[in-house]
Design a protein around this ligand. Structure first.
Ligand SMILES: [Zn+2]
Ligand SMILES: [Zn+2]
Length: 375
């Protein structure tokens, strides 16, 4: 179907099927990156329209703020699309549906959260083998197409999951990147149930990850050097079995892990997920990893991290990476969070205060996840 026809469907549906408060306007407010390194600009821009059959148009309920947004705003790494609306963590209500999405059961009024992935080809070796999070053809909502720091946003139904009425959009949005990434990393670590899984960095990803890992049957160790995230993790209903302040030595940390599980054949963490960009965290993680353990990298440090041949050959550690999540695993995550009552700690801002949120994010006392609340 052509984009013009899809746009027509969208208009008809908006006239006939939507309650009054869901009528789609022509323009909307959006926080946009116009120039690398400059603050977000709040602009009035046209409401986007569906152009591909798998797309959904969401009326944004909440939009998460991720460290990667700051990299994109500053033009760091490979993020060069400008002007662009920020946020790759959309949650909201469907107000228009592409043909293929409708055929899969998506409909107006459903509440959803969606990963950033958009435009999977569906035919490449990665899409065909269930590794759709590596599809080279797809784009990234909020990073290469307009994102959710706007009253409306286009997402891909294949990257979306329905959320129950009981889940606030502000709790759902952080699952789109932070939750998806840490859940996938736990799966990638592939530790047998009952093993010791450590999460290094208890920020937005880590505080969700320690809870998921407990639900998935692991003895969980949380590590951070900052007081506020350690306190947040300690106060969770599904708090880690052991919290380590990484300002202490790795040897002290290893002793604490030995006391946690006495008599373990290979003392230390069976897997360590490094969910921080801090380079020293990788070194600390390797030191508290058990022999034959696995390190999963999800943080994106600005400079290379190093391992010695002793780590790789004699300690026999495995180093893996993990990027976001597959379509299937993302839906499992949302179901798990909903069923088990995982706590998502958020601080909300209005769209016009987006730069205040950016500044607050740099405060060492920050904890949990920052979101823009549109409701
Ligand atoms: Zn992100
Ligand atoms: Zn593909």
């Amino acid at each position: 179907m052509t984009s013009r026809k899809l746009a027509a469907v969208q208009t008809v549906r908006s006239r006939l099927a939507l309650p009054l408060d869901m009528t789609i306007p022509n323009t909307m407010k959006a926080a946009r990156v116009v120039e690398a390194g400059a603050p977000y600009e709040i602009q009035d821009i046209p409401v986007p329209q569906i152009t591909e059959p798998h797309q959904l148009l969401l009326k944004t309920g909440a939009a998460g703020f991720c460290h990667t947004d700051t990299m994109a705003r500053k033009g760091e790494g490979h993020y060069s699309t400008r002007p662009i609306t920020g946020s790759h963590e959309p949650a909201g209500t469907i107000v228009a549906v592409g043909d293929s999405a409708a055929a899969k059961g998506w409909s107006i009024g459903q509440r959803v959260v969606a990963m950033t992935n958009i435009g999977y080809c569906g035919t490449c070796p990665d899409c065909q083998s269930g590794r759709d999070n590596h599809c080279p053809a797809m784009k990234w909502v909020g990073l290469s197409t307009d994102g959710a720091f706007a009253e409306y946003v286009i997402v891909d139904c294949r990257a979306a999951a329905r959320i129950p009425d009981s889940m606030p959009f502000t709790s759902a949005a952080p699952l789109a990147c932070a939750g998806a990434t840490i859940h996938s990393a736990i799966l990638v670590a592939n530790v047998p149930p009952g093993g010791i899984l450590g999460i290094i960095g208890l920020g937005a990803l880590g505080h969700i990850g320690v809870q998921l890992a407990r639900i998935m049957g692991y003895t969980v160790v949380g590590v951070d050097s900052r007081t506020a995230p350690l306190e947040l993790a300690k106060g969770l209903k599904l708090s880690p079995a052991l919290l380590i302040d990484s300002t202490q030595s790795p040897e002290q940390a290893q002793d604490a892990i030995k006391r946690l599980v006495p008599g373990k054949p290979f003392p230390g963490l069976d897997a360590a997920i490094v969910a921080t960009d801090a380079v020293p965290a990788f070194d600390f993680a390797v030191k508290i990893l058990a022999k034959h353990g696995t390190l999963v990298m999800v943080g994106q440090p600005g400079s290379p991290v190093s391992f010695t041949y002793q780590d790789i050959i004699f300690k026999d550690i495995t180093v893996k990476g993990s990027v976001l999540s597959t379509q299937a695993n993302f839906r499992k995550l949302v179901e798990l969070v909903s069923r088990e009552g995982v706590e998502i700690y958020t601080k909300s801002y209005r769209l016009e205060h987006v730069m205040q949120m950016v500044h607050d994010q740099e405060n060492v006392a920050m904890k949990g996840k920052f979101v823009i609340d549109f409701q």
